[in-house]
Structures are given as structure tokens and as C-alpha cells.
Design a protein around this ligand. Sequence first.
Ligand SMILES: C[S@@+](CC[C@H](N)C(=O)[O-])C[C@H]1O[C@@H](n2cnc3c(N)ncnc32)[C@H](O)[C@@H]1O
Length: 264
Amino acid sequence: MSGRDLGYGPWIWPSPSTSRCKCSEWISHPDFFPVSPPKNVTFQIESVTNLPSDWTDTFTLVHQRLLMVALQVPDWPQALREIYRVIRPGGYVQLGESRPWYEEEFPDRPCTNKLVSAYRCLVRARNLDVDCAAHMQEMLEEAGFVDIHVEERAQCIGKWAGEDGIANAINHGGVLRGFKTPILEAGGYGKIASEAEYDALIEGQAKEWDDIPGLKREFYIFCARKPLWMVGSHKWAWANMYFNLYAHHVSHREYILSKLAING
Ligand SMILES: C[S@@+](CC[C@H](N)C(=O)[O-])C[C@H]1O[C@@H](n2cnc3c(N)ncnc32)[C@H](O)[C@@H]1O
């Protein structure tokens, strides 16, 4: 099996090609941050919007996480077409993206509200698709993927939510801190006038998250499959059906009955 992790950053999502062990064993494993990566892992600088031409139909699984503030609106359909191209027929894509912050979402948390409204101005100005999770299913379909599944998990943020809440607050707070320079360089969008004001808002936001219980952010995992062949070809429609039988461990009869039920 071959896998590809796109936009890996610090490589905290281990490529499945590196090991046959269960993912759960990796979660707190120090090898998440390998000083020298395993021999069967290679790192390469490419853009997901333009992957190497010789990767066509190559990978069994492509994983990509948190490019919501990396890709512009028109980049997403292009990226998904490229991911589709490099997956081998019958292979899978797995994408992880978070629900973004929305303007005026936090009337009871004024510092968070102000930071979020400046962040919204920044992402609008840069045409970043931070709302990509909201239309990921349609984009995956348009790229040609089938069997699209989405799982949602709430991330609780703040001390009130214990150890995980503290870790999530550090993570999400770090993202808002990271927007300081581009927001101030753009003049603060009429929302934030100085670095001192930005820092004070960050301090206030951290307190709001810890002191007012209830802040959550949904995280979504999308999984989808590249069909074995193009829809419309009888030969490959059969191949697809046998793939489904195999993948879902159902009998031929059960599969046909489920299709009849779906099609009315
Ligand atoms: C928020 S980080 C996510 C890192 C990692 N995937 C994770 O979940 O921890 C966004 C990553 O996207 C990468 N990135 C930005 N534009 C990209 C592009 N066009 N193609 C591939 N990766 C890109 C950045 O280099 C950065 O590592």
C-alpha cells in the first residue's frame, strides 16, 4: 500500500505507508516527530494544486489536513481534481478540516468577537476558503469521488474542558496569534489599531475561553473513494459493485436489495 500526506507541515499525521501498526498506537508516540524519518518515507515540496504528472493513479490513500487557511477559493476544486488524479482507482482520500470562526458568533466574548471579525476581513481580502468544510461534499462529488462520508467531532476549548480543552485553547489561540502580523500589515481593517491592542485582545480571548464554559469548534473528517472506473461503462460498473461487496462485507443478494431500496 502507498500513501501520501499532503500539506503535512510538521508531519504529525504519519503516513500509513510507514507502519502497519494501528493509528491509535501512534497518537502519543514520540515517532510523531521523528528526528530522522523512517526509510520508507520521503518528503517532497509540491503544491496540491499541481502535483507531479507521473503520480497519476498511484496512491491507495491520500491524506490532507487543515489547508483551510492555505488555499484560495478557486484552489480547492483544482486541489481535489489533482488528489483524484493521483489516487489509484478504488483508492481513498481522507481530508480533515475545521469549522471556521464566524463573525458576531460570540456576543458574550467581546475580545474573541473582535479578533474573529478582523480574521474574517483578512480571509476575505486573501480569498481564502475557510468555509471549505461546509461545501466539501459537493466539491468531492464534482471532482468525481464516490462513497463520500463525513464524521464530525466537537473540540471543546478552554480550561473548563480539562486537559483536552487546554490543549485545544493553545492550538486555536495560536492560530489567532498567527494572524496578528498579516492583520496589522493590512492596517487592522478598521478593527484593531496596534500590536498592543492585538496582544491585549489575545489575552482577553484566552481568559474568555477559560472562564466562560461552552466554547466548541467542530472538526470534520471527510472520506471518499475514487471509483474503479468511470460511471457509464458496464464493465466497470460491475467492477465497482464487486468492490462494494468486498468493502462492505455484504452478500451479493443484500447488495442488490439495498440498491433496489435506494432506487425506490
Ligand atoms: C495549518 S498547516 C497544516 C499542517 C498539517 N497538515 C497539520 O494538520 O498539522 C497548513 C499547511 O499547508 C501547507 N500548504 C500551503 N499551501 C499548500 C499547497 N498549495 N500545497 C500543499 N501544501 C500547502 C503549508 O505549508 C502548511 O504546512
